[in-house]
Design a protein around this ligand. Structure first.
Ligand SMILES: Cc1cc2nc3c(=O)[nH]c(=O)nc-3n(C[C@H](O)[C@H](O)[C@H](O)COP(=O)(O)O)c2cc1C
Length: 243
């Protein structure tokens, strides 16, 4: 079997008991924890009220990948609940803001963008989630259904779902502490976030499907990110599933 970059990464990023990387944390070079777009219009979201949902075990039993959607909008309140459940701030402890999903070293390398197709009270377009303000930052207004579908290997659910969550990794946030091993943690962090979304969407009676089959740089271009310091990791669509 030939050995390629994935195999090399897996081996090179292992921890070994007697060869642990020696590093010290230079707090002067710590990358910012939050990405913000202060100059763009901000969309206020309702408070993320805690809805009545079925029990966790009922939700686990019900969750499945949903790929066919009705042409129906979801509400701003649902968007607010889904965003809070994925990367929202749930507690402040000793000045640190901890979120709903775990993160290696509480470094929170994942950013969230939304491609809005059909959400009541929010124009079609591309938005960034401002975690601290619990608001949407409007990056581009318009119909991006074709662009996001094509960038996701023509998976039509990107055109028919109400919203597409797009998660990117800002690698420097984790590399600051973990070096190259950070790449493992960025992907693990994103998986936690995606599962939070899947379970919350299911609890709200919505359908969802995770998507990793994508042309990375086509998505990066859509978000206007460089694909090196920040790059797409994963997508999830959400909408009203066809029965
Ligand atoms: C990392 C990952 C990537 C995935 N990418 C896609 C995808 O690109 N397209 C798709 O239709 N489903 C995708 N899925 C969904 C899986 O196909 C699905 O979870 C699996 O078939 C199990 O079915 P279930 O989710 O209904 O339990 C992905 C799931 C994971 C965890």
């Amino acid at each position: 079997m030939s050995i390629s970059y994935g195999d090399v990464f897996q081996q090179h990023s292992k921890y070994h008991r007697h060869e642990m990387p020696q590093h010290y944390l230079d707090w002067n070079t710590r990358p910012p924890l939050y990405k913000t777009y202060p100059q763009v219009p901000h969309i206020h979201l309702p408070e993320p009220t805690h809805p009545k949902t079925p029990s966790l075990f009922t939700i686990l039993q019900a969750r499945k990948s949903v790929r066919n959607y009705l042409d129906e909008s979801i509400s701003k309140t649902q968007i607010s609940q889904l965003l809070w459940a994925t990367t929202g701030i749930r507690r402040i402890e000793l000045g640190l803001a901890y979120r709903t999903a775990p993160s290696a070293g509480a470094l929170y390398p994942i950013e969230t963008y939304l491609v809005v197709n059909n959400v009541t009270g929010v124009s079609q377009g591309i938005y960034h989630y401002s975690i601290q303000q619990h608001q949407l930052e409007e990056l581009r207004v318009g119909d991006f259904r074709n662009d996001i579908t094509q960038a996701a290997l023509d998976q039509n659910m990107c055109a028919t779902a109400s919203v597409i969550f797009v998660w990117t990794g800002v690698f420097s946030r984790s590399k600051w502490k973990y070096g190259q091993r950070a790449y493992r943690y960025v992907y693990l962090d994103c998986g936690h976030i995606a599962e939070n979304l899947a379970l919350t969407a299911t609890g709200l009676g919505l359908g969802t499907c995770q998507i990793a089959a994508l042309y990375d740089d086509e998505i990066n271009q859509l978000l206007d990110i460089d694909g090196v310091t920040e790059s797409v990791i994963y997508l999830s669509v959400v909408g009203h599933g066809k029965k």
